[in-house]
Design a protein. Structure first.
Length: 665
């Protein structure tokens, strides 16, 4: 095999393994959410154990020897077997009644596969960084030791993002359909075939500082290779974010393929940190960005992968001696911590607040990646043109296909939805805390959530804890997925951050929405920012001069001892959205019957649908074996409830409520 061919195969293997691991890192979020049931400390320890375990794997596979092609083949084979086994377990879970033992097997097996994947990625990166010392076929200078790795990891992340878009951001690991098996099979088989081709290759001295792989991977999964993050941060449709992935892949190819780059390592490092700062620390200050801001932010998000790849390549431009033994194990442990801490601390901030903004965490991670580039080599050797353009084009094409399917699919058809409410003046409302898409098990069953919404016959859907790229929720864009699957239009307002909040969906064939407003609620005792979303709904095609029904969705502070904060939040809500005319309030109020919060609502003339026409004894949370009643749909005196039901659905940690209201009298 020629030197260029070896580099080309190493690049492809690195991209494929990175794509597999990116999905597994996203999957670790819902898996670790399962550990939150035992407390924040348990979840944190589980996360640290998961991302430190790869060091043990590397020690076992290398036994003090340098990484060779055979070592990589063994690691990739184990990863493929574990990933396919995880997919088979998910298919088994989908076909049998909920079984706690299967859920625990998915929890431990899933986290074990995450650890195996991350360890394999470090081994492949160490193996690929020992590029050949010979010139390329065209006589060009040999690539720097980190150029190939930087390109492979970045394109692998962008490829994983493109694959996620093709699946409507609902990853294959949580699904059991033919498409999910096809994705898993193609990525796994591709990695295994390439690893077999490289099995006879030895190892050469590689790049110094490979532990930077950890924080860079965390930033990619969380931000620049996360279409849901880009869409929610910019305020643009998911199709625009998907298109940005294609452009970003081409940008990576340009950034690492030219002989004399016009952008030096310093400029790339500053752009990488500055762009991360803008997306995480500046954007939260923009309550409602103007369109020009949205497109400017999209440009920043599109440029980040190229700036990051250029920064990494500069940081890895200094060769080191052959990685083996404790040195390689230490690199793996540092990379694992570098991946876990940015993801973990950012998410835990919303339960245990930091003394600084949570957005500073990814900015620090970007600075950690950038610093070695600033103190390292100022010159980046060229990556041979034959060792990457084909892969760059393939990733870009995959992203373009995903963009096209997202753009042209549009909202799904609503023709099949049950229309069992004959009275045009009646309005059916569903309220549901969807727990960022994560259900018991652990599981992410977005398809079943969409079925629940459609089967309810709701005209308006009020959702809380909607995730738009949160890694803890698997990185999915729940808002876009549910809207497309049900054929509904939607509005969204941030709460904890721009990727987590409240949403209203409505059937455009039944109702129209107007005067859509966001209400920011007092933080009080914390630990999360809260908000409310309100809109006025009128029958579609009806008299637009009628007052309509004002529907408000909110989610109040969740700790029992935060009663004072909840009362303050209700005061702020009614100051902004007073009960005037036909009015419906829906949401997770984190208050039970008889509490002062419910009394405050009754004093404003609101009546609980469950108490009026439903069964007051039915509890709503947790979804499996409920013990609390904290979810509510209430209406003003201008409306009367004609139906109310708590649905027996367990795809979230709360059960959904469905109520029908009509004009009183």
């Amino acid at each position: 095999m020629s030197p260029t061919a070896r580099d080309r195969h190493s690049l492809l293997l690195l991209a494929l393994v990175t794509a597999i691991v990116a999905e597994l890192v996203r999957a670790s979020g819902p898996l670790l959410d399962h550990a939150f049931a035992a407390g924040v400390t348990t979840a944190a320890l589980a996360a640290l154990a998961t991302y430190l375990a790869p060091a043990v794997l590397v020690a076992a596979l290398t036994a003090g020897r340098p990484v060779s092609g055979r070592t990589v083949l063994v690691a990739v084979s184990l990863l493929v077997a574990a990933r396919v086994g995880l997919q088979a377990l998910g298919a088994r879970i989908a076909t049998v009644p909920p079984a706690p033992e299967l859920g625990e097997l998915r929890f431990y097996g899933g986290l074990g596969t995450v650890a195996l994947g991350f360890g394999t990625l470090v081994l492949v990166a160490a193996f690929a960084s020992g590029t050949s010392a010979e010139p390329a076929d065209d006589g060009a200078p040999p690539p720097g030791p980190g150029s190939l790795v930087a390109r492979g990891v970045t394109l692998g992340l962008l490829g994983a993002a493109a694959v996620a878009v093709l699946q409507d951001t609902w990853d294959a690991v949580w699904r059991s359909d033919a498409a999910s098996w096809a994705v898993t099979g193609l990525l796994s088989a591709g990695a295994l075939v390439v690893a077999v081709r490289l099995r006879r290759r030895g190892h050469r001295p590689g790049a110094r500082g490979l532990w930077l792989l950890g924080p860079f991977l965390a930033l990619g999964v969380q931000a620049f290779a996360n279409p849901a993050f880009v869409a929610s941060t910019t305020g643009l449709p998911l199709a625009a974010a998907s298109g940005a992935t294609a452009v970003a892949a081409l940008g990576v190819g340009v950034a690492l393929s030219v002989h004399r780059p016009t952008v030096g390592p310093w400029a790339a490092a500053v752009a990488f940190v500055g762009g991360t700062w803008l997306l995480f620390l500046t954007v939260p200050l923009l309550a409602d960005p103007a369109p020009v801001w949205s497109w400017a932010l999209l440009v920043v998000a599109t440029a980040l992968p190229a700036a990051g790849a250029r920064t990494l390549a500069a940081a890895w431009s200094r060769p080191t001696r052959v990685l083996r033994g404790r040195r390689l194990v230490g690199v793996t442990a540092a990379a694992g911590l570098g991946a876990a801490l940015p993801l973990l601390v950012y998410q835990l901030h919303f339960e245990v607040p930091l003394p600084v903004p949570a957005g500073l965490v990814p900015v620090v991670a970007a600075a950690v990646v950038a610093l070695p580039a600033l103190v390292g080599s100022r010159r980046l050797a060229r990556l041979a043109p034959t060792a990457g353009p084909l892969l760059t084009g393939a990733v870009a094409l995959l992203a373009v296909i995903g963009t096209a399917t997202t753009f042209w699919s549009g909202p799904g058809s609503a023709d099949g939805r049950e229309q069992d409410v004959a009275d045009d003046d009646a309005l059916t409302v569903l309220s549901w805390n969807v727990h960022y898409g994560v259900g018991p098990g652990p599981s992410v069953r977005l398809g079943e959530m969409a079925d629940v919404v459609e089967d309810s016959g709701a005209d308006v859907v009020a959702l809380q804890e909607v995730s738009r790229g949160w890694v803890l929720g698997g990185g999915a864009d729940m808002l876009s997925f549910l809207a497309d699957a049900t054929g509904m239009e939607h509005a969204f307002v941030p709460a904890a951050d721009r990727r987590f909040g409240n949403a209203l969906l409505w059937d455009p064939e039944r109702v129209t929405a107007s005067d859509v407003d966001r209400v920011a609620l007092p933080f009080g005792d914390g630990p999360q920012d809260r908000s409310a979303l309100a809109a006025t709904f009128r029958p579609a095609g009806g008299d637009t001069t009628t007052d309509g029904v004002r529907v408000v969705v909110t989610h109040l502070q969740h700790r029992e001892e935060s009663r004072t904060t909840r009362l303050e939040q209700l005061d702020a809500l009614f100051d902004a959205e007073p009960v005037d005319g036909a009015y419906v309030l829906a949401g997770d109020l984190n208050a039970e019957p008889g509490w002062p919060e419910i009394a405050a609502l009754e004093e404003r003339g609101l009546v609980s649908g469950q108490d009026a026409v439903g069964d007051p004894a039915v509890l709503t949370s947790p979804a499996v074996d409920p013990r609390y009643r904290v979810d509510w749909i209430l209406a003003s005196a201008d409306l009367e409830f004609t139906a109310f039901e708590v649905l027996d659905a367990t795809t979230s940690d709360h059960r959904p409520l469905v109520a029908t209201v009509a004009p009183a009298g």
